[in-house]
Design a protein around this ligand. Structure first.
Ligand SMILES: NC(=O)c1ccc[n+]([C@@H]2O[C@H](COP(=O)([O-])OP(=O)(O)OC[C@H]3O[C@@H](n4cnc5c(N)ncnc54)[C@H](O)[C@@H]3O)[C@@H](O)[C@H]2O)c1
Ligand SMILES: [Zn+2]
Length: 371
């Protein structure tokens, strides 16, 4: 188990991760002062899988009233309507300013639950209990919350740090294979943006990781949590360094928007986005051919990505301009200079972006069914 402290403008918070972390949830909650009620926000699916173990930990503590509010955690339901549903659930249950929201789930539950916590009564306390790999290594850390609009990903949101995060890999046991792989794309991202040792570990041990070998999982999760905590501590509001976390996300978000958040999982869209960003890095002479090949090989090693050939390249490029990070209608790319080193805020000519988008399916070897 490791305890990492993240500093934010509204105070520090701990990320407790590793085997046995869930056992600390009750004790950490009881350290919060003046709590009226604890509201667990989750989805029917997650609660069906993880509810019993969470309940067990919470029951052991049990002073105040506890309620669970469940909502649909499909990516296509990560929207303002879900925020309203949850907030109304809180209002009807009489939630006051002293309540604590415990978001139990993947990135969707965390992002929606976090945004509700940030805005309900202008802010109530928030705890994250991430139950997917994406959430444990990424979305539960760093204080970003928010929802999608039909016009684009995460366009409405707030920075809202939690009181603490409890990330226990035991909760990942029930995660379906596709969801697990989706999280691995974010793990690959951490390797490319700043951790060459993690990247080569993935090159050497992908089979073990895909089997969810306990020691391998502990090693990679601990590494990613440390990386994320360190990046967001240095740049909470994404004025600089934090942008590197967006490697693969400029195109990834465009793909999610173009497919109306239905066809691909977030990590899969990022997998495609990393292939695109790697090709752009090579085409703009930042990255050597050999290193570009290594990145694409590892991305492909995670699994077969859903096909995206039917999305028009022009549409995708247009969507990259509407990304949150774009400036003056131009997308700002995160491109690799080496494995473990990226540049951010890069402007790339449209013609190059278009040709890379067109080449992506071929390069990934999917067009010919080579998987
Ligand atoms: N806030 C951030 O900094 C940040 C960072 C990365 C990603 N995100 C967001 O996170 C979202 C993706 O999150 P995700 O990949 O965790 O997906 P998710 O929240 O959609 O969960 C994936 C699926 O797995 C199910 N599930 C969750 N935990 C389970 C478990 N333990 N056992 C069985 N099933 C389980 C869920 O019900 C859901 O169907 C995206 O919306 C993305 O934009 C946010
Ligand atoms: Zn992501």
């Amino acid at each position: 188990m490791q305890r990492i402290v993240v500093r934010s403008s509204s105070g520090s918070y701990a990320v407790v991760s590793g085997s046995g972390a869930l056992g600390r949830l009750g004790e950490l909650l009881s350290r919060l002062r003046d709590v009226s009620d604890v509201f667990v926000l989750s989805s029917p699916r997650v609660w069906g899988k993880c509810g019993a173990s969470i309940e067990k930990v919470l029951a052991a503590r049990g002073r105040e009233r506890r309620r669970a509010i469940l909502f649909d955690d499909a990516e296509s339901a990560k929207n303002i309507r879900s925020v309203e549903t949850v907030a109304r659930g809180l209002a009807r249950a009489g939630a006051d300013r002293r309540c604590v929201i415990v978001a139990v789930g993947g990135g969707v539950v965390g992002d929606v639950g976090g945004f509700v916590a940030a805005t309900y009564l202008r802010g109530v306390r928030l705890v994250h209990v991430p139950t997917t790999l994406v959430a444990q290594v990424d979305s539960a850390i760093g204080g970003k919350t928010g929802v999608n609009l039909p016009e684009g990903k995460n366009l409405v949101g707030a920075f809202y740090p939690p009181e603490f995060v409890v990330a226990d890999p035991a909760l990942l046991g029930t995660l379906p294979d596709r969801q697990f792989r989706s999280g691995l794309y974010e793990v690959v991202k951490y390797g490319v943006i700043g951790d060459a040792a993690l990247f080569s570990y993935l090159e050497r041990n992908m089979a073990k990781v895909l089997r969810r070998d306990g020691a391998a999982m502990r090693w990679i999760i601990a590494r990613c949590v440390r990386a994320k905590a360190s990046i967001v501590t240095k740049d909470e509001r994404e004025s600089g360094l934090r942008q590197i976390l967006n490697f693969g996300h400029t195109l990834g978000h465009a793909i999610e928007t173009a497919t109306r958040y239905r066809k691909l999982l977030h990590g899969e869209a990022v997998g495609w986005g990393m292939i695109g960003a790697t090709l752009l890095s090579y085409a703009t002479d930042r990255l050597s051919f050999g290193e570009a090949q290594r990145i694409i090989r590892v991305v492909r090693g995670v699994g077969k990505l859903p096909e995206i050939g039917e999305i028009s390249a022009a549409r995708l490029m247009q969507l990259t301009r509407g990304d949150k990070k774009s400036r003056g209608g131009r997308a700002r790319w995160v491109l690799a200079r080496d494995i473990g080193d990226v540049a951010w805020g890069v402007d790339v000519p449209d013609a190059l972006v278009l040709s890379v988008i067109r080449a992506m399916p071929e390069i990934a070897g999917l067009a010919r069914g080579r998987g």
